[in-house]
Each structure stands twice: as structure tokens, then as C-alpha cells.
Design a protein around this ligand. Structure first.
Ligand SMILES: [Zn+2]
Length: 476
């Protein structure tokens, strides 16, 4: 701790809306003040001790507000009686890694992920479980009801990045010299991914071309969010310029990966997952592979054709991680870009490790089959689809609307899947309507074998959705 550490207090008013489905997130100095983060630290420390956990790993991403918020969080944890293990500025997956490798199974990272520079937030693991939904609300309840422990916790610093790199390098060796372009978008992946990739590429004389790998919390080049095609423009251009084998991009806290082939084509996460599923199933026949309701229907076919068990689940990285542990699946992933390896890894979402596994597959395939990344991904099925479409709906109406839609909707010759909203699968495509967990919106997505089928399915959804509420403004 710095000398003359500032004094914190529990604020009288804490905005409940910052306690979201999968994390806590707010605007720094507005909905997320130092005192609020201090109070959250007290609540996390109290909850951890209720579960028999006294040691908590604390980390932050590269945002300018990170050091002060981390100090407030640490103070809160210590004042609740927990010992803080400070691992400094690291990607979120490195914090998760620490919860498996240090003497603590709980950890908190201060991160705003891909959000604008003035945002920040917390992702929380207690006793090996990432907090979601009611567990996050329970922290709010503890603060409001002053259900908080008091104590005097210790503080120590531990460096983890070198151990993380060593662990990945012990798992993955590349058989061929690859030329890789990597764009960290000035996010905290820059603290770890360049050193790791250099270590992986060096033995076979590979080459790494770095874009925006210096950590800069103002994000001066582009937003660190590879789910937005615009943010992949520079990596696509650099792949072409350098005739690289592959382009990689990370989100702001390094738990999501964007992929661009040697031909400059963006490979969305559900198609990344098809490639990873084939690879994992080649060694593990019969394994379960998990994916969220937004993913392509081809994923189920690819998993089955390769001897695996497909398992569709709700959207939300905390929910997918929990289901992965419960189901024993060896691989999981989400359309948002979170990919979880349980085979040879720990089962948390890790964009950097995912990148390393992709390089392993590319190097092996280039050696055995002499294919480029573009040729390899051409063997993975594709389809016509829409991006996520959002429909505004008042927060207080959205749950009722979804219930009525599920009860009233009539789709013939189709399978209705209702694990998260309603996904209707036809022979030639599917449509999805689900509730956003984080915004007053319905989220839709469509996929089909061709444009005609896509239009037909979208029209069917339009009719059914308007029959439930004719005032909805649909963007299709
Ligand atoms: Zn992230």
C-alpha cells in the first residue's frame, strides 16, 4: 500500500444498477467511486470468509483509474479481515490462472473490459466460482444491510505473468515458423501476450508483428473490442501487408479473441469453436462441447460428426463457465468471444491461451497438410447470418413479453429451444429471441443455409413477435 493511504467510508447511497448479471460495472467517479469500490471490497471479503476463504488475489487492467480503485478494493478486503495478494496489472485470465496456482481460490480483477476509458468494473471469483446474477446481487444486499465483517487483513505482492507464460509454453510447442500479427488495442493483453507469443514462436523461428501492444488506458488507436469489425481493420491490413499466416486481436482485458485469416477474413467465435472442437475431439472421443444459444447450428453438426456431444446453454460467460464445470465438458465457448478450454487447461475463458491453441493447430496443419489458415478455415462450415439485432423494450416489460412470446408463438416444422429466450430451429436455419441480461433490450439473431431461408425465418419471427406486442419497433 502507498504511504498515507486515503481514508475510505461506506457511502450512504450505492446505485444498484452497477451490480449486473455477470460483473459490476460503472462510470468512474460517478456510479463507481472509490468509496463504492471500498464498500464492495468489504462485501466481497465478508462473502469470501462466509465460504471459508481468507486470501484474495487482486488485479487490475490497464485503465488509468485502475491503481486507485485497486487500492480502495484492497483496503475494503483487508478491513473485512481478508489477506490481499496483489498481482498487479494483468489480463483477466491471468487473474483466473492465479486462483488455480497460488494459495488462494478467490480473486477480483478491476476491469472495464472493452468499455470506454471512463468505465471500470469488477469481475469476481470466490472459492473457484465466478460470481453471477443473484451472487452479485448478494454483494449489494450485504452493503445495504451492513452485513459486513470487520478485521485486519494482510497485504503482499506476487508476480504471476512469468509463471503463466511458462505454463502455456510447457503445454504448447509449434511445429512450424508462423508469421503472426497481433493487435492488443492498447489493452492489458499487451502485458502478457507479446512475451508469450514470442516465446512460443521463437523455437521454430516464427515472427510476431505487434500492433498497439503498449498498454494505454486512453485507448488512442481503436477500441479493444474484436467483436466489432471496424476494430479489426488494422489487423486485417497488417496481415495483408506482411503476408502473415494469421491475425489475432484481444479485447481490453484479454479474455476474448478475434481471429483474421491469411486472406483477411474474420472468423467469428462460433467458427473458431468448430475448429477447436475438432481438435479437442481428435484426442477425446465422446467429449461434451458447450456453446451458447447465439452460436451457429453447424456447431452441433461439427461436434457430432467428430464424435462429440453438443450441449447448448445460456448466454453469459459466468453461466457458461459454471455449466462447463458442472457438465464435465472439455471445451466451451460463446458467440461473444469467450472460449473456455478444460482440456489441458483450467476451464476459464482465456483469449490469450485460445490464441496459443490456434497457433498450435495452424502450425500442425501447415506441416501435415500444407494449408494456410484461410484454406483450413474454408473446411469449417459457414452460413448466411445476421449480427446481433437489438430491440428496445422497457425493463419492466421485457420479462412479461418473453413469457407471452414463449407461450403464444406458433412455428410449424421446427424445434423450440427455451433454455434462454426462444430459439427456433428449422431444417434450413434458425432464429433466436432472448432477453439481454444487461440492457433493456431483446436480442435477436438469425442464421440460414441461404438468403431466401434467412428472409423467410426473419419474416416468421416478425409476425409472431408483433402478434404479442404490435408496438415493438423491429429492425428487420
Ligand atoms: Zn473481456
Amino acid at each position: 500500500m502507498p504511504e498515507a493511504a486515503p481514508q475510505f467510508c461506506i457511502p450512504a447511497d450505492i446505485p444498484q444498477r452497477i451490480f449486473r448479471a455477470y460483473d459490476i460495472r460503472g462510470i468512474v467517479d460517478e456510479t463507481l467511486t472509490h468509496n463504492i469500490v471500498y464498500a464492495i471490497g468489504l462485501a466481497i471479503g465478508s462473502e469470501a470468509q462466509a465460504q471459508g476463504e481468507k486470501q484474495i488475489i487482486v488485479a487490475r487492467d490497464g485503465r488509468l483509474s485502475g491503481p486507485a480503485l485497486q487500492a480502495a478494493l484492497s483496503r475494503g478486503l483487508q478491513d473485512s479481515g481478508c489477506d490481499v495478494i496483489d498481482i498487479g496489472a494483468v489480463p483477466t485470465p491471468v487473474m483466473y490462472f492465479a486462483t488455480f496456482t497460488l494459495q488462494a481460490r478467490s480473486g477480483v480483477v478491476i476491469t472495464g473490459s472493452h468499455n470506454p476509458p471512463n468505465y471500470n468494473g469488477l469481475k469476481i471469483v470466490i472459492a473457484g466460482k465466478t460470481l453471477a446474477e443473484d451472487k452479485i446481487q448478494n454483494l449489494y444486499r450485504r452493503i445495504v444491510e451492513k452485513d459486513l465483517e470487520k478485521g485486519v487483513g494482510g497485504y503482499s505482492k506476487v508476480a504471476v505473468i512469468d509463471a503463466y507464460i511458462k505454463r502455456v509454453c510447457s503445454d504448447i510447442q509449434l511445429q512450424k515458423n508462423l508469421k503472426v500479427v497481433m493487435d492488443c488495442g492498447n489493452g492489458i493483453a499487451g502485458s502478457t501476450a507479446p512475451a508469450l507469443l514470442k516465446a512460443l514462436l521463437a523455437p521454430a523461428n516464427g515472427e510476431l508483428i505487434e500492433l498497439y501492444c503498449d498498454v494505454d488506458g486512453t485507448f488512442p488507436n481503436h477500441h479493444p473490442d474484436p467483436s466489432v469489425p471496424d476494430n479489426l481493420r488494422d489487423v486485417i491490413a497488417a496481415v495483408a501487408e506482411h503476408k502473415a499466416d494469421i491475425g489475432l486481436a484481444f479485447d481490453g482485458d484479454g479474455d476474448r479473441l478475434g481471429v483474421v485469416t491469411s486472406a483477411g477474413e474474420i472468423i467469428w467465435p462460433d467458427r473458431q469453436l468448430m475448429l477447436f472442437a475438432k481438435d479437442v475431439l481428435a484426442r477425446n472421443t465422446g467429449a461434451t462441447i458447450l456453446y451458447d444459444v447465439k452460436c451457429s447450428k453447424h456447431l452441433a453438426s461439427v461436434i457430432q460428426e467428430n464424435g462429440g456431444q453438443p450441449l447448448m446453454w445460456k448466454t453469459g460467460h459466468s453461466l457458461v463457465k459454471a455449466k462447463l464445470a458442472e457438465s464435465g465438458a472439455l471445451l466451451g465457448g460463446e458467440m461473444s468471444g469467450h472460449i473456455f478450454f478444460k482440456e489441458r487447461w483450467y476451464g476459464f475463458d482465456d483469449g490469450i491461451y485460445t490464441a496459443a491453441r490456434l497457433l498450435e493447430i495452424l502450425a500442425t496443419d501447415a506441416t501435415q497438410n500444407k494449408r494456410s489458415s484461410s484454406e483450413l478455415f474454408a473446411t469449417i462450415p459457414d452460413s448466411v447470418n445476421t449480427p446481433e439485432l437489438k430491440v428496445n423494450i422497457p425493463e419492466e416489460e421485457k420479462f412479461g413479453y418473453m413469457q407471452r412470446l414463449i407461450a403464444q408463438a406458433k412455428f410449424s416444422n421446427a424445434d423450440m429451444i427455451t433454455i434462454d429466450g426462444i430459439r427456433v430451429e428449422f431444417a434450413d436455419g434458425w432464429g433466436l429471441v432472448r432477453l439481454s441480461n444487461t440492457t433493456p433490450c431483446l436480442v435477436l439473431r438469425f442464421e440460414a443455409d441461404d438468403q431466401t431461408a434467412l428472409k423467410r425465418i426473419m419474416k416468421l419471427f416478425r409476425t409472431q413477435m408483433l402478434a404479442v406486442d404490435s408496438s415493438l419497433e423491429l429492425p428487420f
